[in-house]
Design a protein around this ligand. Structure first.
Ligand code: 6R9
Length: 653
């Protein structure tokens, strides 16, 4: 393995374990026996999990893998995903249960019961139908964390339209490329969003993005900040005008188990984002099952909070589909964790008695930086399960989380999965697994994952290599939107002989055979749990008129996991590589992709290190970015390049 992240080396010497308490184990949703059942008859196991859902027509076959790598799960089954997440709970007498405790950043709140959610989703479904949206049509959603975002997603699901949620922080250019790729007919957005106590525009960005966008017929605008926004009388319509006038009655139609549910774009190793496609029955089965066992969720008793944004897969699977299918009561928070103060999350946990909390390592490290005394001021005794997702969690952060948030008692579940896997794949089970700080440990019952070497052979305990998924799973992606070839090439060609799914992550087994994730092995960076490709940032940089060439690396960062460091060669006549030029380039990248892709640092250099075949040697640039002794340069076409770069940097050029 070539690209192991050096900051993670301490993972490999960590050997503490935390066995579950007898008390927790006695009431846990899963037991050790589930692993055996999952292994003994995988399809029977998944058939049992699919029974968590309400099907209009039962499937005739659990898995059809004959068209591999395109899977079909629960073949012949029919269901409505929104009905499963909302209506059936009302029918079962839980209409008065709160589904969503929504907390706005400025302090306003809304509690939404399942009965109200059913009416809201039905009205929104009727609204989309009134605009001519049909099953299979695509609806793009760019919204912050407000209830309408969840309602809009479920309304699409209800009528069989695919949503494509685009993170609110993405630039107009990024939104546009996603709208075009999916040929979205409708875009749903808001006037503006509250961020760090201020109103920031949304609609204005969407207007800029959609200039001349041919597929888009209507833009639906939710009023949130109340600022003035220009409305195109032909194209734009207010959510409150359109949706509130609709009937709260809508009869859900049953769709095929393989009916497409959504597209979600994610960064790949090239500049062009991939539209990951998920379908209905298998996806909903696995998100519901995993939410049940990994978080030990008890409907009607627990209060759950996943801090993700619906712009990412975690928001799709663990705010919308899994939790709602399981009749959750959950907190949804609109804003940033330090507005108006750094105890905001703990205050919310105290107020709502949150019992299950699911967040990302980058935020845990930020909380650590803000200080132990902040959570100590709040009553966090309601917490009983803590989750982590998005990147490897370093043992220090894991221990801090358990001690300072979980009172040294709450099990920490480190959950490994991807946009492509749709749902959690590798994670300890609370009440079952003796947890290890920094390790996701074991594939869930019904799931198989192994670590292999370059040739696809499984490595022995203690060995490292690539993480692969060697057996199909229900919530697996069904392809890349409009690009079957890229789907096969990206995930299935690396270990084609064995038929393994290549995850793109490095991993190792410890002596017990537990899995430790070691970061990406490709050119994808992980910044605060967000996937950003080096190529994407490089193409944004070279699109600036002063830049001749650019190379980007992810350098270890104590808070964000990785930070983006760019090396640029300026064009001959653009001699000034000073502070102002660098700022201009950082802002340019933010404008092209979004603020999350803004490089932490840009170094202006005279040359880039390349192999004889012209491939940039990012390993050497990472050495520079992380202030390390520069490694082996013998494969460089011109070995003096690194001296030139170092000399240039020292003289401040
Ligand atoms: C859910 C999500 C997927 C990539 C994945 C890996 C990294 C996620 C992790 C983890 C180590 C964990 N990743 N969870 N690495 N331990 N618990 O984050 O999806 O945005 O598609 O990112 O994130 O590198 O390949 P996505």
């Amino acid at each position: 393995m070539t690209e192991q992240s050096p900051g993670l080396s301490n993972l490999l010497t960590e050997n503490r374990t935390f066995p579950p308490s007898a008390e927790f184990a006695a009431q846990a949703n899963a037991t050790a026996e589930w692993y055996e059942r999952g292994d003994a008859d995988r399809e029977a196991f998944w058939a049992e999990q699919a029974e968590r859902l309400t099907w209009d027509t039962k499937w005739s076959r659990v898995l059809d893998w004959s068209g591999a790598p395109f899977a079909k799960w629960f073949v012949g089954g029919k269901l409505n995903v929104a009905y499963n997440c909302v209506d059936r709970h009302v029918e079962a007498g839980h209409g008065d249960q709160v589904a969503i405790h929504w907390v706005g950043e400025p302090g306003d709140t809304r509690d939404i019961t399942y009965a109200q959610l059913k009416d809201d989703v039905s009205r929104a479904a009727n609204a989309l139908l009134s605009l001519g949206v049909k099953a299979h049509d695509r609806v793009a959603i760019q919204l912050q964390m407000i209830p309408e975002a969840i309602v809009a997603m479920l309304a699409c699901a209800r009528i069989g339209a695919l949503h494509s949620v685009v993170f609110g922080g993405f630039s107009p250019a990024a939104l546009r490329s996603r709208v075009d790729d999916a040929a979205a007919k409708i875009v749903i957005t808001s006037d503006g969003q509250f961020r760090r106590g201020k109103a920031a525009p949304m609609k204005a960005n969407v207007d800029q993005a959609l200039e001349g966008a041919e597929s888009v017929e209507k833009v639906i605008v939710v009023r949130r900040t109340g600022e003035d926004v220009p409305m195109d009388p032909e194209r734009d319509v207010w959510w409150h005008d359109l949706v509130d006038a609709q009937s709260p009655e809508h009869t859900p139609e049953a769709f095929d188990s393989e009916h497409p549910l959504f597209i979600l774009y994610t960064s790949g190793t090239t500049g062009r984002p991939k539209g990951i496609l998920h379908t209905s029955g298998g996806y909903l089965t696995q998100v519901a099952y995993t939410h049940h066992v990994v978080f030990d969720h008890k409907p009607g008793r627990d209060v759950y909070w996943c801090t993700a944004d619906i712009g990412w897969v975690t928001g799709h699977s663990y705010i919308v589909y899994g939790p709602l299918a399981n009749r959750v009561t959950q907190v949804v928070y609109e804003g940033t964790p330090n507005t108006p103060h750094e105890g905001r999350h703990w205050e919310i946990i105290q107020n709502y008695k949150v019992s299950i909390y699911y967040t990302a390592p980058t935020l845990i490290r930020t909380f650590m930086k803000w200080g132990d005394d902040i959570p100590a001021q709040y009553d966090l005794s309601s917490l009983r399960v803590l989750g982590s997702v998005g990147e490897p969690i370093n043992p220090e952060a894991w221990i801090w989380y358990r001690e300072h948030i979980g009172a040294g008692k709450a099990p920490v579940v480190d959950t490994w999965w991807q946009t492509e896997t749709g749902a959690i794949m590798i994670s300890p089970l609370p009440g079952v697994t003796a947890t290890k700080p920094g390790s996701a440990q074991t594939p869930l019952p019904g799931i198989s994952a192994i670590v292999v070497d370059d040739t696809g052979k499984e490595v022995p305990h203690g060995g490292g290599g690539y993480l692969v998924l060697d057996k199909p799973w229900p919530s697996m992606l069904r392809g890349i939107w409009g690009d079957d070839e890229r789907f096969k090439e990206t995930y299935w060609s690396r270990f084609a002989d064995q038929g393994y799914y290549f995850a793109g992550d490095g991993a190792k087994y410890d002596d017990d055979g537990d899995i430790w994730l070691l970061g990406r092995v490709d050119d994808v960076m992980n910044v605060s749990g967000h996937r950003i490709s080096t190529t994407e940032v490089e193409s944004a940089l070279v699109s600036h008129p002063t830049v001749a060439e650019a190379a980007v690396v992810g350098a270890t960062d104590p808070t964000t996991g990785q930070g983006i460091v760019a090396f640029v060669i300026l064009r001959g006549n653009a001699v000034d590589g000073g502070e102002e030029a660098v700022q201009e380039l950082r802002n340019h990248v933010a404008k092209e992709i979004g603020p999350i892709a803004k490089p932490r640092q840009i170094m202006v250099v005279p040359e880039l290190p390349k192999t004889r075949s012209g491939k940039i040697m990012r390993r050497l640039l990472r050495d520079v970015a992380e202030n390390r002794q520069i490694g082996d340069v013998t494969t460089l076409a011109d070995s003096s390049v690194m001296d030139l770069i170092s000399a240039g940097l020292k003289s401040g050029k």
